[in-house]
Design a protein around this ligand. Structure first.
Ligand code: HEC
Ligand code: HEC
Ligand code: HEC
Ligand code: HEC
Length: 488
């Protein structure tokens, strides 16, 4: 296994004995009871050949114990749905104008990937069949077979095109495995195109353990025509990037490069905007300590686990905190409680920065709204200042979306999270300063404290009339919010 080569370094710096016992004689088993028919999509059929893996995979259906994770509480036994807009109220203002500003929840297990999409406010699946790219295993096949007829079909119509038994299927065996060899290979054409863009057409075994997840845990855009109508299958904004260097800067440069990437209109500013979704792969592989140490997603989210007398890769993919840090213990000798504390420290610091950046960006958005209101009445702002303020604002906004959408609250790459949020805070503050200058030049007074009018964005959202849930808010963990608003 190439994995062994990559991890030898880790073993030397860390715990040689634990590593060797985890990898060499006791490697995962393929308890195989038959052959999988070619082109078999149904996991139940794969389960007849690999019963242990099927059982493990099915466990993503089960909620996890309450209280193990502070930031990823979306799928616990208390059955509470965690609303990301209540968690970070500024995001309700920033995302207002399309589905993400209406209903946006913390993820659940893989089993529910498509179910949750069916159940969410219909504004989120307005683009149609193309939304199924990261959900149903048939997406690639149906795109090849039916093209735009499938991609542009109204969402539920596209779902009903699949064989009935598979209409609610999320990530399935065939998404990650080639049936005859069980080798890892992607089943998503957007990723195949993406890997070509970043020069990684022949990945190694350990890289495949990350690429399996990069099929879906990446940012993408739904390409649009000039009228913002869907014009093709999902694409990746990686044109400026390479393997290990899909930076937020490269992504933003790509996203701001043409109209095909403009997917929605932000209500508060009236700007046509691109968007960034769950960039776990991009963020983790951007030179994080663990990536540089040779780790893959599967090392932490699919550790080897006992199943009866056998040892398999855990297919019950979830937060390592909800599995008692077992994954970390493959390499780290520290106690689970110590490791968990380190995760918490990283996440609290990221949450603090994200709040700071988010509110600074929201303030700039409100000032742009004010400038636009005066423009309506005939005011012409200084064009150079205005253009600069808008550009800084967009750069801050997209960074806030990036860290907000990334699902580890900074853990996957802590110092990179700090760097990105630091830039966002600077850009947003600079934008605010310029906007104040523009308004002052026009003789329009601006109060010291900008009213964000958050209830307007947080309450009565969508068909479910969703409301702000104060108890779910993730305020600054260091209690600095009040200090910030009181400083001169
Ligand atoms: C075919 C798309 C797809 C693939 C492949 C995929 N995921 Fe996911 N993953 C999702 C979706 C969609 C969700 C959210 C499901 C929901 O909320 O209903 C999710 C949720 C998760 C969660 C949250 C689970 C929980 O208990 O809350 C984790 C962790 C995760 N994925 C990790 C991974 C890892 C690691 C890999 C690679 C081994 C991977 N995923 C591969 C689409 C995918
Ligand atoms: C070094 C270990 C490690 C690696 C490698 C790693 N993760 Fe994570 N991941 C974590 C931790 C720790 C969290 C935070 C979990 C929490 O807060 O409960 C997390 C959170 C997540 C979540 C959100 C989980 C939830 O319950 O909602 C997803 C999704 C995810 N990771 C996907 C990935 C993907 C995809 C990769 C590879 C690109 C990856 N991770 C690599 C440790 C890791
Ligand atoms: C999200 C991607 C993903 C899905 C879905 C998935 N697997 Fe896997 N599977 C992996 C990864 C990653 C490995 C580890 C491969 C490696 O290290 O070479 C693996 C390993 C395996 C192995 C080899 C033995 C082992 O335990 O490492 C078998 C057998 C297997 N999976 C069966 C299945 C079956 C059956 C299903 C469906 C019920 C399934 N897998 C679904 C990603 C996935
Ligand atoms: C396959 C081996 C491996 C696994 C699994 C692993 N780590 Fe690590 N971890 C490393 C290595 C190697 C380093 C770098 C150590 C060094 O440089 O001394 C590291 C560093 C760290 C650091 C310090 C990072 C920094 O940037 O300062 C933390 C915290 C950490 N790991 C937590 C975790 C947690 C939590 C998990 C499980 C979710 C985990 N690790 C899983 C190998 C691993």
């Amino acid at each position: 296994m190439t994995r062994k080569i990559d991890l030898t370094r880790i073993a030397m710096t860390l715990v040689l004995s634990v590593f060797l016992s985890a990898c060499a004689p006791d490697r995962p088993e393929q308890v195989k009871t038959g052959e999988i028919p070619k082109g078999e999509f149904d996991p139940e059929a794969w389960g007849k050949v690999y019963p242990l893996h099927y059982e493990s995979w099915k466990k993503t259906q089960e909620p996890k114990p309450v209280g193990l994770s502070k930031y990823k509480r979306g799928f616990d036994e208390d059955n509470i749905v965690y609303d990301r807009l209540s968690q970070l109220p500024f995001s309700a203002l920033l995302y207002n104008g399309w589905g993400f500003g209406i209903e946006y929840n913390e993820p659940r297990g893989h089993y529910y990937a498509l179910t949750d999409q069916i159940e969410i406010d219909p504004s989120r699946t307005k683009a149609g069949g193309v939304c199924l790219a990261c959900k149903n295993p048939y997406h690639k096949t149906y795109t090849e077979k039916f093209g735009m007829k499938y991609l542009k079909a109204p969402f539920m119509e596209a779902v009903s095109m699949f064989p009935e038994k598979m209409q609610k299927s999320g990530p399935a065996c065939i998404d990650c495995h080639e049936p005859s060899t069980m080798g890892i290979r992607p089943n998503k054409s957007h990723l195949e195109r993406g890997l070509a863009m970043i020069g990684k057409e022949k990945p190694g075994q350990q890289e495949l353990r990350t690429i399996a997840c990069a099929q879906c845990h990446i940012t993408y855009f739904v390409p649009r025509d000039q009228d913002m109508k869907v014009s093709g299958d999902v694409n990746l904004p990686w044109s400026k990037s390479s393997w290990g260097n899909i930076s937020v800067e490269n992504i933003i440069e790509d996203l701001l490069s043409d109209y095909q990437r403009i997917e929605w209109t932000q209500k508060v500013t009236g700007f046509g905007m691109p968007y960034i979704r769950h960039p776990e792969f991009e963020f983790f592989t951007r030179q994080s300590t663990h990536f540089n140490a040779g780790l893959a997603c599967a090392d932490c989210h699919m550790p080897y686990t006992r199943s009866g007398v056998s040892k398999i890769s855990d297919h019950n993919v979830t937060s390592p905190l909800k599995r008692e840090m077992a994954a970390c213990a493959q390499c780290h000798t520290e106690a689970a409680s110590w490791l968990k504390k380190q995760v918490g420290i990283i996440q609290d610091r990221t949450a603090s920065l994200l709040n700071r950046a988010g509110y600074a960006t929201a303030s700039a958005a409100k000032l742009i709204e004010r400038v636009h209101a005066e423009k309506e009445k005939g005011f012409s702002p200084d064009p150079a200042l205005y253009e600069k303020a808008v550009s800084l604002y967009k750069h801050a906004f997209l960074r806030v979306v990036f860290i907000g959408a990334e699902n580890s609250m900074g853990f996957h790459n802590p110092s990179e999270a700090g760097r990105i949020m630091g830039d966002a805070i600077r850009f947003a503050s600079k934008s605010e300063g310029l906007l104040r200058q523009i308004l002052a030049m026009g003789g329009f007074p601006v109060p010291e404290k900008i009213d964000l009018e958050l209830p307007k964005y947080l309450d009565n959202r969508g068909t479910k009339k969703l409301m702000f849930k104060k108890e779910q808010e993730l305020p600054d963990p260091f209690g600095l919010e009040s200090l910030f608003s009181e400083l001169p």
